[in-house]
Design a protein around this ligand. Structure first.
Ligand code: BES
Ligand code: ZN
Ligand code: ZN
Length: 520
């Protein structure tokens, strides 16, 4: 879809639909573009608002005909909700609601007025672009198009009649497009079935991204993994006919001397549970178990296109998790690349196994300044936080604070869970250094505690996106299915991430025992 900034006066805008965002139970602000338009329409909009038929609740829409009074034949009012509760995400949602309503009309062009609000022009343009593009997202590969799917909407115009803010608006549009494209890529990967999106497909996608940007791509295959003694990643992959890969995408804006930020995403292209097989109900959704990996690929693409100024490396350990005669079994002991031995109690706790080797490889190879992993790691995080927030834990308070702020700003919220040392006792094994599950308590934290065994001194944050990577409810800019969560969050957080001079480990206050004395 094309996004353009237009400077026509509101009464001259050429579009099939002119979208007017309005605040709930609030008259049109005097002299605002909406009020000017209303004057040209002889009070059509204000009359309608006064009638009480349309309260401008968030995402409410109303279509009015303009009867030749302006070139655009239709005005679509879209509600922003209460002005005192207004956030950038409301404008993102309203833009998506407008776009999906306009799409149903089968027309080609919508033109959007900027609302009177305290967002910067850049932020407004960014969220309008994101909302529109993400709201219109569909997976196109598999469903034959029906005649009633009127997929004609091709142009979004952002209307700036004052012609004051062209460069600020263009910047927002560009950012919005880059982010929405990256999110769509991640959604496509996670929505597509496991018979197509297998580990090699993810590797090919990474190669394609590298070719289209100036990222460097490297793929480790099974032979490389064997040489590197990645026993955990190989252990998960041994039940499948599909070979595993460890994908690396490098963004090196100033060469390779700078210590990088490393992003690692779980890339299980189908998780059946393995020998500890999952129940059949909803197992099909486990094609999305590579959503962390998809988010890392999308984030790397976005960072490259945004010319992010720092060195970042994205890694995706990718494998299937299937049961077979060669599959890893409960009780088996795997030797991780770090040298630690792991007793596999439950083969369905495979994400932490593939991440363990990717983390150890990252630490050894790249000596990262900091590291963030994203993974659909535990069902327990869905129980704890539902689909409203990603679970976060880690060893670096400052990074977690940045991610929290970025989560609020991008509306991809994160919520911290503790990683007290005591939790690690739950993964002590009788027969190996550690085991891969730790009983019924604190399931998500135990996933984090397991990963912590492999990060060494590197400041690290783990994001458990099992509840946020997939939506059965949907929202205006998140159609049902894969959400592409993590990309907008990470880009926001990384842009705010200063170059660290000293390592800021988690403070004793936040991670030490709550009952005993704080550890110093
Ligand atoms: N991929 C699943 C986690 C998951 C659950 C993702 C729901 C998305 C939605 C993961 O590999 C898994 O199966 N985890 C187990 C861990 C358990 C065996 C300790 C789980 O959560 O049940
Ligand atoms: Zn699993
Ligand atoms: Zn899994």
């Amino acid at each position: 879809m094309n996004v353009k900034i237009k400077h026509d006066p509101v009464d001259k805008a050429k579009a099939d639909v002119l979208v007017v965002p309005v605040s709930q139970n609030t008259p049109l602000p005097a002299k605002s573009p909406a009020a000017q338009l209303d004057a040209h329409l002889d009070g059509l909009i204000s009359d309608y608002l006064d009638s009480g038929d349309f309260t401008a609740e968030l995402n409410q829409t109303a279509l009015l005909r303009t009867r030749g009074r302006i070139p655009a034949p239709r005005v679509l009012l879209v509600g922003l909700g209460k002005p005192e509760a207004f956030t950038a995400d409301h404008l993102r949602q309203a833009s998506a609601s407008a776009a999906t309503t306009v799409r149903k009309l089968g027309v080609a062009t919508m033109s959007m007025l900027l609302p009177a609000c305290d967002l910067s022009p850049t932020d407004m343009a960014q969220v309008i672009t994101e909302g529109t593009l993400l709201g219109l997202y569909t997976l196109k590969t598999y469903k034959s198009p029906k005649p009633e799917d009127k997929d004609n909407l091709r142009e979004l115009h952002i209307l700036d009649p004052d012609n004051q803010t062209q460069s600020a608006l263009s910047k927002g549009v560009k950012r919005g497009q880059i982010l929405a494209e990256a999110v769509a890529l991640a959604r496509d990967l996670a929505n597509s079935p496991g018979n197509d999106v297998n580990p090699l497909y993810l590797a090919d996608t990474a190669k394609r991204i590298a070719k289209e940007t100036d990222l460097k791509c490297n793929i480790l295959d099974k032979a490389d993994m064997t040489k590197l003694k990645m026993g955990c990643l190989l252990g998960v992959a041994q039940g499948s006919e599909q070979p595993p890969v460890l994908i690396t995408l490098e963004h090196n804006p100033h060469g390779t001397s700078e210590a990088p930020i490393v992003l690692i995403g779980k890339g299980i292209t189908f998780d059946s549970g393995g020998i500890s097989i999952k129940p059949a109900a909803n197992m099909e959704d486990m094609k999305m178990d590579m959503s962390g990996g998809a988010a890392v690929l999308g984030t790397m693409q976005a960072l490259a296109k945004l010319n992010y100024p720092r060195r970042v490396i994205g890694m995706v350990p990718a494998s299937e998790n299937l049961p077979s005669g060669t599959a890893v079994k409960p009780g088996d002991i795997l030797r991780a690349m770090s040298g630690k031995t792991v007793e596999v109690i439950n083969t369905d706790a495979e994400g932490r196994l593939v991440l363990a080797d990717a983390i150890a490889y990252a630490v050894e190879t790249y000596k990262p300044e900091r590291m963030i992993d994203l993974a659909t790691l535990t069902g327990a995080v869905v129980v704890a936080l539902g689909s409203e927030a990603t679970g976060m834990m880690g060893t670096d308070d400052e990074m977690m604070e940045r991610l929290r702020k970025a989560g609020d700003h991008s509306a991809e919220r994160v919520w911290q869970l503790p990683l007290y040392e005591e939790y690690s006792k739950q993964i002590a094994s009788e027969f190996a250094d550690i085991k891969n599950v730790g009983g019924r308590e604190a399931g998500s934290i135990i996933g984090g505690a397991f990963l912590k065994e492999f990060v060494g001194e590197t400041p690290w944050v783990h994001l458990d996106i099992a509840g946020t990577a997939w939506t059965t409810k949907g929202n205006p800019y998140m159609p049902k299915g894969a959400t592409g969560v993590g990309i907008r969050l990470l880009v926001d957080a990384l842009e705010a991430m200063p170059k660290s001079t000293s390592k800021s480990k988690t403070s004793a206050k936040s991670n030490a025992k709550t009952s005993g004395k704080a550890k110093v």
